[in-house]
Design a protein around this ligand. Structure first.
Ligand SMILES: [Zn+2]
Length: 371
């Protein structure tokens, strides 16, 4: 299976400057490729392919000799990024979603480059990048499988990371338990299971949120283009990155806990119920999507399955007698006048997801989600 490994890296000023120069040259190429595609389409109604643009790289280097400072594979990967931006754009248009045309990258907005098999080496605790220099590599865990690409990235708060994308990584199956579970994304808890477990949003989200708000205010008070403003911007980015890391960590831990206990996990199909959800839940949705992706990925690694269920009305149906029990969002308990069942509303919903999932799967109507 495929897996990425990300590590913190550090380098001296000279290496950093060289790496930043590569960012900038890649950015120039990115914008050139974008411009060419736009121009050819506008004037000749023809589309330029990724292959066409890669083929033109050698002659482009004659006009822009600076590009020779960048490893060839890195330049190719820039062209591939442009291609990807267009493909994403067209697929969104096709789906009828609102979509912005791929945009030119401004200075400081291009902050990574990628190498493939050549142009890098790990020597002891150092990552050596040809034409750039050496980075101190903080290997917090071993790299597994075969390294396919190496991406160097600078965050907004000026921290540097390397990501190794690997193939042929051995899965780490978790012992089978024979158990299945339904999961509901509630309003109050992060998630609720059909086995009556509730996982709450960690408190640090609240604390982090207030720090973010405070730093955002500080930033907006500073004069544009000033040194103080830049400092404030870095502090704000640091806070953002911290929240992101904490949330990711929480998601990994939660996914692991669920996968250790259950073999099959039924969850509500997001696309299905997106249409009738209110907008103020969008932030929670973002967190849920990121959790869901982690759960999917870890399930594959653990040899377990995640199944999306096209559930509807899960909070209103009684999980014991199947009758509808209407209730508003503020009513936290499902109490059924028909059969007498009285349980937490989210547990009732999770049980409905489990029941529907199991019956559809039994009928062969559902397949596990693949990454
Ligand atoms: Zn009932």
């Amino acid at each position: 299976m495929k897996k990425s490994f990300k590590y913190y890296i550090k380098a001296n000023k000279e290496t950093i400057q060289k790496a930043e120069r590569i960012f900038n040259l890649c950015r120039v190429l990115y914008n050139l490729c974008l411009e060419q595609r736009k121009f050819v389409w506008k004037n000749y109604h023809k589309s330029v392919s990724c292959y066409d643009q890669i083929k033109e790289l050698p002659s482009l280097k004659k006009f822009f000799p600076e590009l020779k400072e960048v490893p060839s594979q890195t330049l190719q990967e820039v062209v591939e990024r442009v291609d990807k931006a267009f493909r994403n754009f067209f697929s969104r248009v096709k789906k009828g979603e609102k979509s912005g045309y791929p945009r030119f990258k401004s200075f400081n907005r291009y902050d990574s480059f990628t190498l493939k098999q050549a142009g890098w080496k790990i020597v002891g605790k150092e990552l050596k990048i040809g034409k750039v220099g050496s980075f101190k590599l903080f290997l917090s865990r071993p790299i597994e499988g075969d390294i396919k690409t190496v991406t160097i990235r600078r965050t907004l708060s000026n921290r540097w990371y390397v990501t190794f994308s690997c193939d042929n990584v051995n899965p780490k199956p978790l012992p089978k338990t024979g158990e299945s579970v339904g999961i509901d994304v509630g309003c109050e808890s992060f998630l609720t299971t059909s086995e009556e477990e509730k996982i709450d949003n960690p408190r640090f989200f609240q604390r982090a949120q207030s720090l973010l708000t405070k730093r955002q205010k500080t930033l907006s008070r500073k004069k544009k283009g000033s040194k103080h403003r830049n400092k404030a911007r870095i502090l704000l980015s640091k806070a953002h990155e911290k929240v992101f890391d904490q949330r990711r960590d929480f998601h990994f831990k939660t996914a692991r806990k669920i996968l250790q206990t259950y073999d099959t996990i039924f969850i509500e199909d997001m696309n299905h119920f997106k249409s009738y959800r209110s907008l103020n839940r969008s932030m929670r949705d973002v967190a849920w999507f990121s959790f869901f992706n982690i759960l999917l990925f870890k399930a594959e690694e653990a040899g377990k399955e995640v199944v999306k269920v096209p559930a509807r009305n899960t909070s209103q149906i009684c999980s014991s007698c199947d009758r509808i029990v209407q209730k508003g969002l503020s009513v936290r308990v499902h109490s059924c006048p028909h059969c007498g069942l009285s349980i937490d509303r989210d547990i009732n919903a999770a049980r409905n997801i489990l029941r529907l999932g199991q019956s559809l799967q039994g009928a062969g109507a559902l397949a596990p989600v693949m990454n």
